[in-house]
Design a protein around this ligand. Structure first.
Ligand code: NDP
Length: 317
């Protein structure tokens, strides 16, 4: 049996840079936010090793440490950070209703900030996941991690716009980039294909699937198979990038919110507003283009400011 016992001005769903930044702003505006950390506290940055591109950390920072710092900062202003995840929402009327856990508790909220992020898709190979989790050179973000492979040889899997864009990004830093494409053609736009083909140090291997990422503690190579000839070969590389798409964590909201074809929440341009009053979105749940910690943090700030203005306009704050 669920029980409604709590009402809040602001509930934030998700604990990546977007959620915590929204919490810091909302808490400082005295909105007394409650933040549910979700299934993967800290979000995608928990899978990164060093973050060198977040302003303010001249020596870089470990991803997990950065998330712990953001949490501490949000709690300093008395954000109520809670374990648990939201399993159901009802945005059909105000205040909005959220169910936590398996019908464990029901809350109402005047504003909801969605910062549930997106999850990178992985191939699912044991060697890939093991080296990813060990921080051993497997990454789903070239912009975040490409720098660590300066002057080295790397491989990237995927044939869409992301893979093409990330391959050309890596090609500027790395000695050589193998692009592993499972079909005999790209999915990427013609313009992106042209950029790949015009980059000398990218070698595209069509009809190529990954069998295994080689290396015990760090990537030393990749074993690939040509699906037309069944020929296997090992490519010596130091970094293995996966760019086969992301899945925004938005299934929970599809009944109420406008989503694009892939499931990203559609926000009103230049704002964090969704199509439902009092419901705001920040970070990768609405962003398939930039997907950076700093852009997530920026939109988290926007969401808190938009939520505060909404509350004020309704005489609720
Ligand atoms: P997409 O879904 O467009 O492409 C995913 C790619 O990964 C496909 O080529 C697919 O291969 C491949 N793939 C999927 N699973 C596997 C697997 N198990 N093994 C090997 N390859 C696999 O994702 P993107 O992230 O590239 O793009 C998402 C959206 O964002 C798109 O709409 C894209 O246009 C957009 N985007 C736009 C950019 C821009 O305009 N600058 C930049 C980046 C993204 P297959 O083709 O064989 O199915």
């Amino acid at each position: 049996m669920s029980q409604t016992s709590e009402h809040h001005k602001c509930v934030i769903i998700g604990s990546g840079p977007a959620g915590y930044t929204a919490a810091i702003y909302a808490a400082r505006a005295d909105m007394k936010p409650v933040l549910y950390q979700g299934m993967e506290p800290g979000g995608q940055l928990m899978l990164t090793t060093d973050v060198d591109n977040f302003p303010g950390y001249p020596k870089g920072i470990n991803g997990a440490q950065m998330m712990s710092d953001l949490k501490e900062q949000a709690e300093r202003f008395e954000t109520d950070v809670r374990d648990g995840w939201v399993t159901k929402v009802d945005f059909s009327k105000t205040p909005h209703t959220l169910t936590i856990g398996e019908n464990e508790k029901t809350l109402t909220a005047d504003t909801v900030i969605i910062s549930t992020g997106a999850s990178a898709k992985w191939l699912g190979l044991e060697s890939e996941i093991r080296l990813r989790d060990a921080g051993g050179g497997v990454s789903a973000c070239a912009v975040c991690d490409g720098f660590f492979y300066k002057g080295m040889d790397v491989a990237i899997v995927g044939a869409g716009d992301s893979a093409a864009e990330e391959a050309t990004y890596l090609a500027k830093l790395c000695n050589k980039v193998y692009m592993l494409v499972r079909k005999d053609h790209f999915r990427a736009s013609k313009a992106m294909q042209h950029r790949v083909n015009a980059t000398e140090n990218i070698e595209v291997l069509f009809n190529t699937e990954t069998k295994e990422v080689l290396g015990k503690e760090a990537v030393e190579g990749v074993r690939v198979i040509n699906t037309k000839t069944n020929e296997e070969k090992d490519l010596p590389i130091s970094g293995f990038f996966v760019a086969i798409g992301h899945k925004p964590n938005t299934d929970l909201f599809k009944e109420y919110l406008e989503l694009d074809q892939t499931g990203y929440i559609i926000n009103k341009p230049g704002t964090s507003k969704t199509n439902v009053e009092g419901v705001f979105v920040a970070g990768d749940a609405a962003d398939h283009v930039y997907r950076q910690a700093i852009t997530a943090a920026g939109t988290g700030c926007m969401a808190a400011l938009d939520a505060e203005r909404y509350l004020a306009s309704k005489g609720l704050h």
